[in-house]
Design a protein around this ligand. Structure first.
Ligand SMILES: Cc1ncc(COP(=O)(O)O)c(C=O)c1O
Length: 373
């Protein structure tokens, strides 16, 4: 069987219900970071469940509009300047300037609104490895916090108010770290007197293998609740909160279903490799940053063996079992004794898998994507 991604409707619905059921003291908007997985059925489920959207490019924003999502439900926070700025603004898409250049582009638009959002890099970054961190001096995301006065001056000269602040600093599961992120975000809000909405981004981690920690969303929201309430008592500013998870919404809902295409080894002192009929052209996370996923061989074997699981691409980095803490190395995993043709399931592959693959590499066709119950 060719490889396929299966997405569980019930698992997605569970997360929609959980996240839209959270409470913030002065209102909460839950956005789905669609880059995690833009499958049309998933977008439709999110919309029906009352979830709004975070788009990471103007192309994502136009896909959402084409799918019937109202512009007012879309926040556009993109590394690249929008390719169809006037159209997006006229449809009510909420623009977040992520650089001074983008802010200028917005200010020069003829039919722009008189309010804008800024993505600020608050000099704080979280992330398992450096490549996953989206804040701090080594990250190009957002406007460096020291340029806030310059942003305010340019906006004020153009008669525009900064009413929304966007901050996203990367992955984390620990509620106390999220409390620190909120403290830092609120210190930035203090510099932006017209801000009424704070988008604190995504990055709520999930546990894919033993030893990883799943974000405790009620505890994280409790930390946010306390900080926002205290801020309101001190300043009188009741901030509407936005969160925009991708991973937390969708990672557990996906399974990559593949097949053992070959079994090869490097002798008694070496390794036994399960070569699958899929690889980095469908699934890049392990190659890109050493992400580890639970893998299962679907047979009735009672015996197990130690395997390195690799992809079918002609590329030594095409691996499913990178070493823990060292993406440069491989690691064996204990799996049921496998033979050519046996089904293999790679779990928790709903987020940043189909959407972030090395598509077309070695001219392999894409794994299909199907919704299951
Ligand atoms: C601005 C922004 N929002 C939301 C997300 C979603 O993050 P995650 O999927 O880790 O929740 C990202 C991911 O990089 C992001 O850059």
């Amino acid at each position: 069987m060719p490889p396929r991604y299966e997405y569980s409707r019930s698992a997605i619905q569970e997360r929609i219900d959980e996240l839209t059921g959270l409470q913030a003291p002065f209102g909460l908007t839950v956005r789905y970071a669609m880059k995690a997985n833009p499958h049309s059925a998933i977008i439709a489920m999110m919309h029906e469940g009352g979830v709004h959207f975070d788009a990471s490019s103007s192309y994502e924003a136009s896909e959402l509009l084409a799918a019937g999502i109202p512009g007012a439900h879309i926040s556009l926070s993109s590394q690249q300047s929008p390719h169809i700025f006037p159209e997006l603004l006229s449809k009510g898409v909420q623009f977040v300037a992520t650089s001074l250049h983008q802010l200028d582009q917005f200010l020069q638009e003829k039919y722009r609104p008189s309010e804008v959002a800024l993505r600020i890099n608050p000099d704080m970054g979280q992330g398992q490895i450096k490549r996953l961190s989206t804040g701090g001096r080594s990250a190009s995301f957002g406007i460096w916090h020291e340029y806030i006065p310059e942003c305010l001056k340019r906006c004020s000269d153009a008669g525009v108010r900064v009413t929304r602040l966007h901050i996203h600093v990367g992955s984390g599961a620990d509620p106390s770290i999220w409390g620190e992120v909120m403290d830092r975000a609120l210190s930035v809000v203090r510099l932006l007197p017209d801000v009424t909405t704070l988008d604190i981004g995504g990055g709520y981690k999930v546990a894919r293998v033993e030893g990883e920690r799943e974000a405790d969303m009620p505890a994280i929201m409790a930390a946010f609740f306390e900080k926002l309430t205290a801020f309101a008592s001190e300043t009188g500013r009741e901030l509407h909160l936005e969160i925009e998870p991708g991973t937390y919404f969708i990672a557990h809902a996906g399974t990559l279903v593949a097949e053992v295409d070959d079994v090869v080894d490097t002798g008694a002192e070496g390794y036994t490799f399960l070569r699958l009929n899929t690889g980095m052209n469908d699934f890049l996370r392990s190659t890109l940053y050493g992400a580890r996923h639970r893998i299962e061989v679907m047979n009735d074997a009672t015996e197990t063996a130690e395997y390195v699981v690799v992809g079918h691409n002609c590329e030594s980095g095409d691996i499913f079992t990178p070493a823990h803490g060292n993406p440069e190395e491989i690691e064996t995993v204990t799996l049921k004794l496998a033979q050519i043709g046996h089904e293999v399931r790679i779990y928790d592959t709903g987020a940043y898998c189909a959407s972030m693959r090395a598509r077309g590499y070695n001219s392999f066709p894409d794994a299909t994507e199907v919704m299951v119950d």
